[in-house]
Design a protein around this ligand. Structure first.
Ligand SMILES: C[S@@+](CC[C@H](N)C(=O)[O-])C[C@H]1O[C@@H](n2cnc3c(N)ncnc32)[C@H](O)[C@@H]1O
Length: 254
């Protein structure tokens, strides 16, 4: 039975409590997008990217926060482990520079193309239909591959992936839920069966759901009580999943 740890709390406080070594960190952290793109349209509902307080930063604070969580999680990652980070296109080089300065080796930037983005009602710019996924490793040896990397097949290994944004039965009330298909793709490539994956910005728990279906275990950290409940309810429906929940920092034993 796969174990899935669900932790309610601030990642920066939770991570130092974790003792287990992790095979991959796969995260969809705050993007620093909120509130910047709300469009007031006369006679129509606002088109808003205001996802909530968790996504508000001043640019420099966002980069400090990014450095802080990568630095905090880095000691947990095994030498063979992978770091996979979703981000908006504008931050690719900033985030890459942050983890390179912390000793990570950058390997690739993968583009996720959303086939059903919100339309451009006023037709004054481009649709926002692409996001980036950055891949880095800790262990790197020029002579042999020292990290987990499962090459799936030539057609599946483009540095470009296309899926619709999350819809239908899969969709929860989380405003920025990622499609399970995209997380499953990266989990297959960057981890092996029985591995342990850390998602320290878990939202509705998509990484944990995909990990379970692929026979991997997970640790999910989320600091919003409403999203934590959405994640818990979602994971409760998984068959043969051993869910271990921590709601207080002092109780964490992992
Ligand atoms: C982009 S969303 C993740 C969505 C997720 N991939 C999904 O499919 O549902 C980022 C999440 O990180 C959470 N978060 C933001 N700052 C946090 C922090 N310091 N500690 C823990 N969680 C945090 C937010 O509440 C939000 O749910």
């Amino acid at each position: 039975m796969k174990k899935h740890y669900l932790i309610l709390g601030d990642t920066l406080k939770v991570i130092p409590k974790i003792k287990k070594k992790i095979d991959a960190i796969i995260v969809d952290p705050p993007y620093n997008t909120a509130n910047k793109n709300t469009k007031k349209l006369k006679g129509r509902k606002d088109r808003s990217s205001d996802f909530g307080k968790w996504d508000y930063f001043k640019d420099e604070d966002f980069l400090i926060f990014t450095k802080d969580w990568i630095q905090a999680t880095s000691p947990l990652l095994k030498e063979s482990g992978n770091l996979v980070i979703f981000c908006k296109l504008e931050y690719i080089s900033d985030i890459k520079r942050i983890y390179e300065n912390l000793g990570f080796k950058h390997h690739a930037t993968i583009i996720w193309h959303k086939t059903n983005p919100a339309p451009q009602i006023r037709k004054t710019g481009f649709l926002s239909s692409a996001e980036a996924v950055l891949w880095a490793t800790k262990g790197f040896d020029n002579k042999k591959i020292s990290y987990t990397f499962n090459f799936l097949g030539q057609r599946e290994m483009h540095n470009f992936i296309e899926t619709p944004i999350c819809m239908g039965k899969e969709r929860t009330k989380h405003p920025t839920q990622k499609p399970k298909k995209i997380l499953s793709h990266f989990i297959k490539i960057f981890t092996n069966e029985n591995d342990l994956i850390l998602d320290c910005f878990a939202g509705s728990g998509t990484v944990a759901v995909a990990a379970h279906e692929l026979n991997r275990s997970s640790i999910s950290v989320e600091n919003d009580k409403v999203f934590f409940k959405i994640m818990s309810d979602r994971l409760k429906k998984l068959e043969n999943a051993n869910l271990i929940k921590f709601r207080n920092l002092k109780d964490i034993k992992i």
